[in-house]
Design a protein around this ligand. Structure first.
Ligand SMILES: *[C@@H]1O[C@H](CO)[C@@H](O)[C@H](O)[C@H]1NC(C)=O
Ligand SMILES: *[C@@H]1O[C@H](CO)[C@@H](O)[C@H](O)[C@H]1NC(C)=O
Ligand SMILES: *[C@@H]1O[C@H](CO)[C@@H](O)[C@H](O)[C@H]1NC(C)=O
Length: 454
């Protein structure tokens, strides 16, 4: 009797008990009497995972309660915040060099005043705290989180308090004439001391997590809080922004970056093309552009040499890989085999992760280049959890266990991960159970029980 089998059995028995006592499904109805928030369109999150998880909770299973409580904590805070914030919230002295309050403005992270005056100079790896003096990037992050969290909370509860807030945030940031952001990032990551019409430097990184906005929209689109006019206005905004991204000198500079900046640029393009309904083009970006990047960026042993040149070589290796994983999830919506992609000489996203995992386990010992930061395992653990969902290989769960310390809790880490199929049985070493029929599951239970009784 292996301990893992015990885990399988206890999980299955608990599951059966929960299922047996669960009440019939009852979801809130919207004003028209239809089940609220059933019809959703998400591109990064697989809607099947959301439906499965909601159904799982509705059947009385409690394993997702911590994740749900966490989500509602965020969403309730977002719902309680009635302030209007957007790029126009900043005071005059913090306007972009254009002088237009609707222009998004942020400072380049690693640039510092030069003793000679004039243009700021780069000290890679050392963030200048002056970047926090301009509120736009923090507001942008908050808006993206609020829209996403409230969208999810609406989906799981049917409570339109959440969709109301998400819709308001979207209108404030993208639609209302008094507060909207101009659809460009001409003054993002600005290097102080450069002329107001300067080109050539990269810009668009801050919009990389735009999938939170587009998926948030997809979660409330059919709520009573959101109108066709909202939809049309958002489509128009993102159409303009997309054109800026591919036509402007600063957008193009971002796209031409061979390292993580370029990878995240492609993530934005893919996300926005999906949102604009241009799925074939989104697939093209992944297949023809981003997979070629992967080929350039990842060596057969999993090293990412372009990120290794950075003083924060660990952090940037992870950061670039996250962009590829984001593409992997978005590829569910394009049909491109992204996570499965590998070259004959073995370059792949999985290989890059293996490389980082091996150094995580020894706290960076033997890392081949300078790293001025620490070897924080947090994000590698997150990627390993995602990799487990994708590849269903227990080496990832073993890794998470090893880093977190046994017995690791494999609590649901996200409500949009397919928890229902990652129950205790799966992590105990029976990955092939996933997605099989219940008859097959029953068979496995019997086999395990026989093993147990034996
Ligand atoms: C909806 O959520 C809000 C914010 O948490 C809460 O105050 C309200 O009571 C909820 N409404 C229902 C019907 O549960
Ligand atoms: C930057 O590009 C814009 C648009 O192409 C152009 O109008 C502007 O003069 C350029 N700025 C510089 C400093 O070359
Ligand atoms: C990892 O190494 C760093 C120094 O690089 C050290 O500060 C830290 O305590 C180590 N962590 C563990 C878990 O050994």
């Amino acid at each position: 009797m292996r301990p893992s089998n015990l885990a399988i059995i206890s999980s299955l028995i608990t599951g059966a008990l929960y299922a047996a006592t669960a009440l019939a499904a009852s979801w809130p109805l919207d004003s028209a009497g239809n089940p609220a928030s059933n019809s959703i369109t998400t591109f990064y999150i697989n809607p099947m995972f959301l439906w499965d998880n909601r159904d799982f909770i509705n059947r009385g299973r409690r394993e997702l309660n911590p994740a749900m409580q966490r989500l509602l904590r965020y969403a309730n805070a977002a719902a309680a915040d009635t302030n209007v914030y957007s790029v126009t919230a900043k005071v005059n002295s913090l306007y972009a060099p254009s002088g237009d309050p609707h222009d998004y403005y942020s400072l380049a992270r690693y640039y510092w005043p030069s003793t000679a005056g004039g243009q700021y100079v780069r000290k890679d790896g050392y963030p200048n705290p002056e970047i926090y003096s301009i509120p736009d990037s923090a507001f942008l992050d908050t808006m993206m989180e609020d829209v996403f969290d409230c969208g999810l909370a609406y989906f799981f509860t049917g409570n339109s308090t959440y969709s109301d807030r998400a819709a308001q945030r979207l209108r404030d940031w993208f639609i209302n004439p008094a507060t909207k952001m101009n659809p460009n990032l001409n003054f993002a990551n600005w290097i102080k001391g450069t002329p107001a019409n300067a080109n050539g430097t990269t810009a668009a990184l801050e919009f990389s997590r735009v999938w939170r906005v587009t998926d948030g929209i997809g979660l409330i689109r059919n709520s009573p809080s959101f109108t066709n006019d909202d939809w049309n206005a958002l489509q128009a905004w993102f159409n303009d922004y997309y054109n800026w991204l591919i036509e402007s000198p600063r957008g193009q500079a971002e796209g031409n970056s061979p390292n993580n900046q370029g990878t995240w640029y492609d993530v934005q393009r893919t996300t926005i093309l999906l949102f604009l309904g241009q799925t074939a083009l989104a697939a093209d970006v992944q297949r023809k552009v981003t997979l070629s990047r992967l080929l350039q960026q990842v060596l057969p042993d999993g090293q990412q040499p372009l990120e290794l040149t950075r003083p924060l070589s660990w952090q940037y290796s992870i950061f670039n890989l996250k962009a590829h994983f984001t593409q992997g999830w978005l590829a569910q919506s394009t049909g491109v085999e992204y996570f499965q992609f590998q070259t004959n000489d073995g370059r792949s996203a999985a290989k890059a992760l293996n490389y980082l995992m091996s150094y995580t386990l020894v706290n960076g010992s033997g890392w081949p280049v300078t790293n001025i930061g620490n070897f924080d395992p947090t994000d590698v653990v997150e990627l390993a959890k995602e990799a487990f969902i994708v590849y269903r290989d227990v080496k990832y769960t073993s890794f998470v266990d090893a880093v977190q310390g046994k017995p690791a809790s494999w609590n649901p880490f996200r409500l949009w991960a397919p928890y229902a199929s990652i129950d205790g049985a799966l992590r105990a070493g029976a990955p092939r159970m996933v997605g099989k029929s219940s008859v097959f599951r029953l068979l496995i239970i019997c086999v395990v029980l026989v093993d147990f009784l034996w």
